[in-house]
Design a protein around this ligand. Structure first.
Ligand SMILES: [Zn+2]
Length: 59
């Protein structure tokens, strides 16, 4: 359980929205999503030169 910062009522710790007042708790998964996008960006940064090199070598 945790306290809602909006209405100060005890709400389930895993609740995304306060059932009393509708306050939306910050979602910690946003950081994970940003990391995933960073991973994709890094993959693209490595994949594009590699593809260019492969095309130049075999083409
Ligand atoms: Zn609330």
């Amino acid at each position: 359980m945790r306290e809602c910062p909006s209405c100060a009522m005890e709400v389930p710790a895993d609740a995304a929205v306060c059932p009393v007042c509708g306050y939306e708790f910050p979602v910690p998964k946003a950081g994970v999503r940003a990391s995933a996008w960073l991973f994709v960006a890094l993959m693209v940064l490595f994949a594009v030169p590699l593809l260019a090199w492969l095309l130049g070598w075999f083409g």
